[in-house]
Design a protein around this ligand. Structure first.
Ligand SMILES: [Zn+2]
Length: 139
């Protein structure tokens, strides 16, 4: 696998064919996920067949971009110069309101991030690619 680096230094994601609708939607500032037409389970990451029931009937839906922190870890030493330039930063799994889990950056002071905290998506540009990041929701 060749890792592409943007002009700004951000590593660009490896785009699997099943996830192309996800990347296309992000370019239009929308977060999407798959849902199975047979068992109604939310599916992410993208699959060709439902990982819950094996059905090939997966459709794309727009996510509302809200969820809660399911896990988190703060990175103190970035893996590349551009990531190192924003340390410390926090990443983790978000349990989305639609029922799927999304791994993402959580853009908040590390000490403010708690399991179960409500978060809301923002879209940021990382080189040529738009990416979702999450911020703590207004209370
Ligand atoms: Zn299914």
């Amino acid at each position: 696998m060749t890792e592409a680096i943007s002009a700004q230094g951000w590593p660009q994601p490896y785009r699997l064919p099943d996830a192309e609708p996800y990347w296309a939607a992000l370019s239009g500032n929308e977060l999407t996920f798959q849902r199975c037409a047979d068992c109604a389970q939310a599916v992410w990451p993208a699959h060709s067949y439902c990982p819950h029931c094996g059905s090939p009937s997966l459709g794309w839906e727009r996510s509302q971009g809200r969820g809660e922190v399911w896990s988190h870890s703060t990175i103190m030493r970035g893996p590349t110069p551009v990531w190192a330039s924003i340390t410390p930063y926090t990443v983790g799994f978000i349990k989305m309101d639609e029922g799927y889990y999304l791994f993402s950056q959580i853009d908040a002071e590390p000490d403010a991030v708690r399991i179960g905290e409500s978060v809301t998506m923002r879209i940021v540009e990382r080189g040529a690619q738009k990416m979702p990041v999450f911020v703590l929701s207004d209370r």
